[in-house]
Ligand binder design. Structure first.
Ligand code: ZN
Length: 674
């Protein structure tokens, strides 16, 4: 439950490396493709580079898994489109073909035909006729037709998957009142499985007296067979075996280049988990991973975050390979070594606090490659593992990804966002001066302290808040960070050097939660995604509770444009503290009713008129609301014994080029994984 995603905009920072690096690659629909640099790559030893190379390969081989997890037809759709792209000799200047390219790029970008963030199915703007003709013009052997299926039968099956608005309409259904499992289009559950089935199946597995509960359901698809529920486990010789075999091969290759025995043990446990599917071994792996804090190179590879499942049980496959950014790590280390002080001084009731905050190890990292659910859109901070009892007993590892934040900042430089939406000169100046710094600090506090703070009361189920769990957890982490930003301790520790700098983050947070994040949502829709709901919740709660004192207001400026005005920053901090105390109580006690009331009242609904205004103003700036990244290309040089003796990095590959290369070189799964 633990990643941070960047706001719609950020401010430029002083460059770290080359100035002429081209961060912005291309833009289509509501998506922007950026590029990032593996900053300070040459500070790594040959061995470390070889280790990164092998882990990178392991990160790329799981991509098909995520496509299939997102929907059972995603691989069929992607492969059909790729076959058209590579082989169809249609009129490439036609509108249909241009729209075809946009649709294909969106499928690549979103790892399927649902919007990666909004979850809704997006539809092609090319004609069905164009599609049928294109498919028919290709040799049938190049198409993902099922055995014994004619191309016509294939078209009958696949066409509605692409064109029908009602079929698989939403990847993850979060709306209460619906069966969130039966109405979600993802592939974590088989045909006919209901929310009731899932709650009963996993409910009976849980023992309230078990202090070390396994992450039940994390690595499997739950299906109904002859009326009986059963799990198809993701493992070698299980579901997704062909991809997992390749991942395990490269993890095993990586072992010879590990930096120390702890790191080697992490990899051994992970490959054992992939071989057996045992969640017990998965926990052993997670514990070994948390303990490995000395290594320079680190990675995430596996079924990790559960945002893609409405009930938060199933882990989507993701990967990230990285190495320490030594310079920026000093800051995060300052935060984590003071974690106990922050825990002790928070406005949370004592019984919900941790007596002893264990091992929140924090570091700043440079991403080398993004994979699975981290690609092409990636978090800027990650805190793992997700298992609550492991976090309590062994702590967690928290990272902020500095080269990604830097790429966002560089790409956004001078895009006009701040001038358009911030109406007061005072805040405008603060944001221009401190925007990047305070944004990074908030991410650090969110990851290093927020997620790691507080405790559940004995006997409280970590999934007690069900569909509201992710939003409440993100709100808790955000509030913890926001609460401390104005604190004298932050200045004392040298994390900020100006007592007013925090106002830049307070202002942007409110502006984003009340207004600007709406740019990401289609007109007529409500807020679905957990991080967006969390921001809306905090901002609207503070707005309402501070209304009598006019702490924060929404006003029209002299040009009749809506803007946020903050009149009293100190009172705003008090309100943040009050909400933090309440959200922690809800989490600690597992108070489902209170979580539901907060989320439904403050986090979900959208003011239609304001929504329209924000989108109009945002669109006029020509900024893509969502960003994703092309990976660098790594090339290994081997010596006579086959050992890696050098690794070269390049940054010239284009978006379509990279996607087609991945489709060719890293696509092991069958099209249909039923
Ligand atoms: Zn988080």
């Amino acid at each position: 439950m633990s990643l941070s995603i960047l706001f719609a905009c950020s401010q430029p920072q002083a460059p770290k490396q080359q100035n002429d690096f081209n961060y912005n690659v291309e833009q289509f629909a509501d998506l922007g493709v950026l590029r990032f640099q593996a900053t300070d790559w040459d500070s790594l030893s040959v061995n470390q580079k070889a280790l990164v190379y092998c882990l990178n390969e392991a990160a790329l081989w799981g991509r098909d898994i995520l496509f299939d997890q997102n929907n059972r037809y995603n691989l069929a759709v992607r492969r059909t489109l790729e076959a058209i792209y590579a082989n169809c000799k249609s009129d490439t200047a036609s509108t249909d073909y241009r729209e075809f390219l946009v649709y294909l790029k969106r499928v690549w970008f979103s790892n399927g035909f649902h919007h990666h963030y909004g979850q809704e199915k997006f539809l092609p703007a090319f004609s069905e006729e164009f599609f049928r003709n294109a498919v028919k013009s290709i040799d049938a052997k190049l198409l993902p037709v099922r055995e014994e299926q004619t191309v016509d039968d294939f078209l009958t099956e696949i066409t509605p998957v692409i064109f029908s608005p009602s079929l698989y309409a939403k990847k993850v259904e979060q709306n209460s009142g619906k069966d969130v499992i039966a109405s979600s289009a993802n592939n974590y559950y088989g045909e006919g499985v209901t929310q009731h089935d899932v709650e009963r199946f996993y409910g009976t597995k849980k023992d309230p007296n078990d202090h070390c509960p396994l992450s039940y359901g994390l690595n499997s698809r739950l299906i109904k067979q002859d009326g009986k529920l059963t799990e198809q486990v993701y493992k070698i010789e299980g579901l997704y075996s062909l991809a997992i075999e390749r991942i395990v091969y490269w993890l095993t290759e990586a072992e010879q280049y590990t930096e120390n025995t702890e790191q080697k043990q992490v990899i051994t446990l992970l490959t054992n988990f992939y071989r057996t599917g045992s969640l017990k071994i998965y926990d052993e792996y997670a514990i070994a991973w948390v303990k490995d804090t000395e290594s320079t190179v680190d990675f995430v590879n596996g079924f990790t975050e559960s945002y893609g499942d409405a009930l938060g049980l199933k882990g989507s496959w993701e990967a990230l390979v990285n190495f320490k950014d030594i310079e920026s790590t000093d800051k995060t280390r300052t935060i984590s070594t003071n974690a106990q002080w922050f825990e002790d001084h928070s406005p949370v009731a004592k019984k919900f606090k941790k007596d002893e905050v264990k091992g929140v190890s924090a570091k700043a990292i440079t991403a080398a490659i993004l994979g699975g659910d981290c690609y092409p859109t990636t978090p800027i901070g990650i805190n793992l593992p997700n298992s609550n009892w492991i976090r309590t007993e062994y702590g967690s590892k928290s990272v902020t990804i500095t080269n990604i934040t830097e790429a966002y900042d560089k790409a956004a430089a001078g895009n006009g966002f701040i001038d358009e939406f911030v109406c007061c000169d005072y805040e405008k100046e603060l944001i221009k001066k401190y925007g990047s710094q305070t944004d990074n600090l908030h991410t650090d506090l969110h990851e290093c302290l927020g997620h790691g703070s507080g405790k559940l009361l004995p006997g409280v189920d970590q999934d007690a808040l069900k569909v509201y769990g992710s939003t409440i957890e993100e709100a808790r982490a955000d509030l913890f960070g926001l609460y401390y930003m104005p604190d004298a301790k932050i200045l004392e520790l040298g994390l900020l050097d100006n007592a007013e700098a925090y106002k830049s983050e307070y202002y942007r947070y409110m502006m984003n939660g009340l207004m600007t994040q709406l740019a990401r949502i289609d007109l007529g829709k409500q807020i679905e995604e957990a991080h967006m709901r969390n921001r809306s919740l905090i901002a609207h709660w503070v707005l309402e509770k501070g209304a009598t004192d006019k702490v924060v207001e929404i006003k029209k400026n002299e040009y009749n444009k809506t803007c946020v005005v903050i009149n009293d920053y100190e009172k705003m901090r008090t309100l943040i503290g009050n909400l933090l105390a309440e959200i922690q109580r809800i989490k600690s006690e597992g108070d489902f009713t209170a979580a539901q009331a907060l989320v439904e009242n403050y986090a979900v609904k959208v003011d239609a008129e304001l929504h329209r205004e924000v989108k109009t103003r945002y669109n006029a700036l020509g900024i893509a609301p969502y960003k994703g990244f092309i990976n660098p290309v790594y090339e290994a040089v081997r010596d006579a014994e086959g050992k890696i003796s050098a690794v070269k990095v390049s940054y010239t590959e284009g978006f379509a080029e990279q996607m087609m290369r991945y489709a060719r070189d890293y696509s092991p799964l069958p099209t249909y994984n039923d």
